[in-house]
Design a protein around this ligand. Sequence first.
Ligand SMILES: [Ca+2]
Ligand SMILES: [Ca+2]
Ligand SMILES: [Ca+2]
Length: 427
Amino acid sequence: MTARPASPWPWRAAASCVLATALHAAPVHAQADADTTATASISREEVHALLEGLTEQLLGLQAETDKLRKIKLSGYVQARFEVSEASSDSVRVSGSPAALTVANQSRFFIRRGRIKLTYDSSPRSQGVVYFDGGQDRTVRLLEAYVTLKDWWTPMQDHQLTIGQFNVPFGFEIERSSATRELPERSRAENVLFSGERDRGIKLEDQWTPKLRTVVALLNGGGVNDPDFANTDPTRGKDFVGRARWSEGWLDVAGSYAFGRDVVPLSGPDVWPTRERIGVDAQWFFTLPRLGGGSLSAEGYLGHDTNADSLRTLVQTVNVSATQQARLLRPGADASHLATDFQGGYVMWVQGVGEWAQAVVRHDRYDPNVDMDHDQYARWSLGLNLFYDGNTRLSVSYDDIRTEVAATAGRFADPHDNLWTFQVQHRF
Ligand SMILES: [Ca+2]
Ligand SMILES: [Ca+2]
Ligand SMILES: [Ca+2]
């Protein structure tokens, strides 16, 4: 399907064709008929008939272009080259069937290749289907939802959405990756809301020009859940709520999410609670000579299943030649599968004239506040150059600080800093 922007020019072309035919037809009749007065009146009728036909055709065309105008096709491509300090040419072969683990991380790749189709069928409803073909090179459904808009407010302040969409929590989740000033979201967001999306229903309300709230009921695990990406193991749905106050130059919001996770085991499962609290703020300003800038911060804290705990406390054992069991390790405490976490970021984005933008961000994530050496911290520097209205060239550098066990009970930070070069085209 093509979604060409509706333009009046095909009508004009059709109109000129028909009129040209009519004008050419007139002299032929003039020669064939001796009575010139009669010819002139017939010609006029003919032109009239032709114009009527044309009007009908135009109405038909208008109906078609009105349909096309409701379809909006958009998307973007992010082509990248990355250079990591952690790169090496060794390849590990292990497992049965053999799996290859590649240590090299210096590569060209397509981070995001997205296409979004929006259909505004009527002022009251909208349908969206959104695909991504980047990163793993399999095309996957990112979003698919239907939005019903209210009919009793002029600006349609109340909207109900059902389907698969971004989890309405915090600031960076719902912000497009095509707009974001650094290649990736913060570590805390990546771990807590992997894939950013879930399936469910949400209600958005713009109560006053400054106050907006969102409440949602979701499956809970999100679209990247390792065990239940396509299902929900619990009948109970996760609740997500957010309230945002927008002054224009300063926006602040608080978010809350609550639900229950399942750690599937052979025998009784473990059901940790999932609770997340978020606060975020964005301050917009203009600096003399440089231009517009923003300072933003976001914090996440709560209690959730911990991937490190799963690795260390849960094991898969061979029960027989053909059967495996997933069990807690002997002595492991099931209540330690979920831990208290905290994380967040502070980011400064500064426009430099019309065509450049500089950004610096510090982000941190600690999956377990009661344990040492498991935290993640990163300084990111970036520069974006706007090549034209659609194309952005970016370079960024990530200085990643983690601790891994080294010799004699010491911990060391692995060499894994990352350069990212990216060209993005948006359409
Ligand atoms: Ca659930
Ligand atoms: Ca910790
Ligand atoms: Ca490092």
